[in-house]
Design a protein around this ligand. Structure first.
Ligand code: NA7
Length: 316
């Protein structure tokens, strides 16, 4: 079959949106856990905290997203401040640095509830400057702060198979350890604040450029009249074979792009990595070229679709 005829580029089906959670043997901390931000990543993470026996209170800006978690046993807070007042360790997982700041500094925000000993864990992927700014205001109120950006996507979050890149307050890291066991397959403690954010940005920079490059390879194959499925089979047998090539390559060829990682967040992370390169005077030519493709995809309206939709910007 010619490759093009197997594509249905307008399909928006979310084929692998449900995965079975892995049952984990975790001894939950008796500390009360708060979870703020119930997006694509937040919901399955909060679910895994509840399933492993943690006492969880949730909040989301759009309150309807709390429902499924309350049905699973969570309590619902009325504001970020309320959750912080009710809990000992509070996780935040929101979209970007503006959201991180709003949540902490806004009206009825996190900061208003922070008192001595409370722990705040920032899971969102943001720049190290935002991390340090938030850490400072939390510490000034006597709170403890840990950054813990996550490597992994929606499926990894559902299965409790994320890789957690923690840095900052070590006592909070120890106190929150059973939560990390519930969320991830591996937790790194990287040291000083900012090392988590910087590590995560490099990981996502590589992922974004690789995705763009895979899109170019598959597009070039199509233009050359090659069978794209055969190319994918070849790649999957080669030394660059990996789960990423397999899942994203298949998504592209089947024309459905299950939202595991929104394209707008991939572009945000490329932008932040490029800013990091600017600061450190490290040329990032490949990442910069990839960033332009994601920007174009976002302008084409694919921001809320999966990052693999960058194929649409490449396959012209
Ligand atoms: P999503 O699915 O885009 O979810 C974003 C979440 O952030 C969602 O709960 C939003 O609430 C929340 N949000 C966004 N802006 C704000 C403000 N200003 N105040 C409070 N809450 C806000 O993202 P993912 O779950 O895929 O990713 C989250 C992070 O992990 C991100 O940094 C990724 O790069 C990695 P809403 O539901 O819209 O009310």
């Amino acid at each position: 079959t010619p490759s093009g005829s197997r594509l249905s580029p307008d399909s928006t089906a979310d084929a692998d949106s449900t995965t079975n959670p892995i049952v984990k043997d975790v001894i939950p901390t008796d500390k009360k856990i708060g979870f703020l931000g119930l997006g694509i990543m937040g919901v399955p993470m909060a679910q895994n905290l509840i399933r492993t026996g943690h006492d969880v209170t949730v909040w989301n800006r759009e309150p309807s997203k709390c429902k499924s978690l309350v049905a699973l046993g969570a309590k619902e807070g009325s504001s970020p401040c309320d959750v912080v007042q009710q809990c000992d360790i509070i996780f935040s997982c929101v979209s970007d640095s503006d959201a991180v700041r709003d949540l902490v500094l806004g009206n009825q925000g996190v900061l208003q509830g922070i008192s001595s000993g409370k722990g705040y864990v920032e899971l969102s992927t943001v720049d190290p400057e935002t991390i340090k700014e938030i850490a400072e205001v939390i510490s000034m109120r006597g709170g403890r702060f840990l950054e813990a950006p996550l490597s992994g996507n929606k499926k990894g979050a559902e299965q409790g198979q994320l890789v957690i890149l923690a840095a900052g307050d070590r006592s909070l890291y120890m106190d929150a350890y059973s939560c990390f066991e519930a969320l991830g397959k591996k937790t790194f403690f990287l040291g000083e604040l900012g090392t988590g954010a910087n590590t995560k940005l490099i990981v996502n920079m590589l992922m974004g450029t690789f995705m763009a490059s895979l899109s170019e390879g598959l597009s070039l194959a199509e233009k050359a009249g090659l069978d794209q499925y055969t190319l994918l089979d070849v790649l999957n047998m080669s030394s660059i074979s990996c789960p990423f090539v397999k899942s994203k390559g298949t998504a592209i060829l089947e024309g459905h792009f299950p939202v595991n990682f929104p394209l707008k967040h991939q572009q945000k992370d490329l932008k932040l990595a490029i800013q990091m390169g600017d600061k450190l005077e490290q040329p990032l030519s490949v990442a910069s070229a990839a960033n332009e493709l994601y920007k174009r995809s976002k302008a084409q309206g694919f921001g809320d679709r999966d990052m693999s939709c960058v194929y649409r910007a490449v396959n012209v």
